[in-house]
Design a binder for this molecule. Sequence first.
Ligand code: FMN
Length: 165
Amino acid sequence: MKKIYALNGSPRSNGNTALILKKALEGAASVGTEIEFIDLGKLNFSGCKSCFECKRKGSKNFGKCALKDDFSPVLEKLQQADGIIMGSPVYFGGETGLYRNALERLFFPVLRYTAPPGSAAGKKVNFAFVYTMNIPESAITEYGYKETLEKTLKFPELVFKSDPA
Ligand SMILES: Cc1cc2nc3c(=O)[nH]c(=O)nc-3n(C[C@H](O)[C@H](O)[C@H](O)COP(=O)(O)O)c2cc1C
């Protein structure tokens, strides 16, 4: 059975982002997919600390995050994922810190420092992204939100070989 996880990058467990993520999971469940909602705001964890353990050849942590905190078991679980839906409210024109912490921990260990950049991910994982905000749609271009948020979309293609969403 396929497994899809949703990561809520809002500190609010029942806010706008959570609502949309849960609806997306409901849709996936309705066609027989196994689902799990992960509330990042309930976890005590940091972003990448740039220890480079994940890049050190011969290290037991090669290709894996060496940090140990509440996000470690999440990373273990995400190895089973066929799909990951990442959601964040827009805070000051970008994603939340909470969301970016998760993104750093998820993407950096599996990014191989080769030319061109390679992947240490064992399998292809598809990604979807949900962003919520309160500016009117007409102002999204004016404030450059599309360009800012689209930058993140490139990384799953690179490190998880996702199909472009
Ligand atoms: C600290 C903070 C900063 C915010 N900055 C922006 C912003 O720059 N642009 C915007 O459109 N909305 C901004 N918002 C509004 C939220 O993005 C919006 O209400 C979002 O839907 C909240 O998601 P949630 O209910 O999942 O927490 C901000 C909200 C907070 C609390």
